[in-house]
Design a protein around this ligand. Structure first.
Ligand code: MN
Ligand code: MN
Length: 314
């Protein structure tokens, strides 16, 4: 396995680990977690969704739906999407509708509203909505990053298109692009100080997400989510320490956990993920993630090679 492949797999598996770990304490406050769990550090299921041990939620399963649509469309569809063709975006929308109809264990309000609009109106985005500032578009964007790695214009176009299927809000857009770019840096092996500098500059450019001093809010509002994710990702270099600290902050713990797991997993690589957590994930989820990671990286490779060639050669 190449270093890039190991980092990409680490990010995707890290996302699922963070989701499964955090879901147990989703919507709890830190003091309630401390009262019921002491320090929550094991994947045990339960929580308000009454999950089985190791079960993941919408954060992982919507990512898999996006990844599936990208792989089905293949390289030509991705290249056309980068040129403004909307067929791939429509097929991603179809994948979200199929996901919704499969009765997922949970679905956020903004995602539900957007998917209902897709089903009933067929439009690929709704109008700007001040209520769309949730983290649902951000939480599922990892496959876009993998599929377009090395092509920033394609990354931006695809990320915004998949995000706007359900969320139309400048803070959701900014967060989706920002964490995606940070993930891209990590996948390319950027060192600690490069990432720290990048985050500092990004927060200067996007001051709504400033996280020092950390306010301690970890709700599904995308500002709270990003502040929590960057705070704990920056504070702890070790995957396990970062993830335990994040989910014990509670509130939208499966999503903050998923996103810290994604970034910290890219940083350490799949080979360094804690085995006791990996062993708890559902085998079919691990299999899908492993297959998608290879496929999506191949898409990115093809996109780079075919970039600037006339579409007829695809
Ligand atoms: Mn969830
Ligand atoms: Mn959540």
């Amino acid at each position: 396995m190449t270093e890039l492949h190991d980092r990409a797999l680490g990010a995707y598996l890290g996302l699922a680990i963070g989701d499964a770990l955090g879901a147990t304490v989703e919507f709890m406050l830190p003091r309630e977690i401390a009262h019921h769990h002491g320090v929550h550090r094991d994947i045990v299921g339960g929580g308000w969704l009454k999950l089985t041990c190791g079960q993941v939620t919408d954060d992982t399963t919507m990512s898999l739906a996006l990844g599936h649509a990208l792989l089905e469309g293949g390289g030509p569809a991705l290249a056309r999407q980068a040129d403004g063709d909307e067929a791939l975006v429509r097929s991603i929308g179809d994948a979200y509708v199929r996901w919704f109809k499969s009765k997922p264990v949970d679905c956020g309000n903004t995602c539900r509203r957007g998917i209902m609009r897709l089903m009933h109106e067929g439009t690929l985005q709704g109008p700007f909505n001040p209520g769309d500032g949730g983290n649902g578009a951000l939480m599922r964007n990892l496959p876009s990053v993998l599929a377009t790695l090395g092509d920033d214009a394609a990354f931006q176009r695809l990320s915004l298109a998949q995000a706007r299927l359900t969320h139309h809000h400048p803070l959701s857009d900014a967060a989706t692009l920002g964490l995606g770019q940070l993930l891209g840096l990590l996948l390319n092996g950027a060192d600690h100080s490069t990432c720290q500098r990048w985050v500092a500059q990004w927060v200067t450019d996007n001051p709504a997400f400033s996280f020092t001093p950390y306010r301690g809010r970890a709700s599904a509002y995308v500002v709270d989510t990003v502040q929590t994710v960057l705070h704990f990702f920056k504070r702890h270099e070790d995957f396990e320490t970062a993830l335990v600290a994040t989910v014990n902050q509670g509130e939208d713990a499966d999503t903050t956990g998923a996103l810290v797991g994604m970034l910290a997993g890219a940083r350490c690589g799949a080979a360094n993920l804690p085995q006791r957590w990996l062993n708890r994930l559902q085998p079919e989820v691990v299999r899908s993630i492993t297959e998608q990671t290879s496929g999506l990286l191949t898409l990115a490779q093809n996109l780079k090679e075919f970039d600037h060639d006339p579409p007829c050669l695809l």
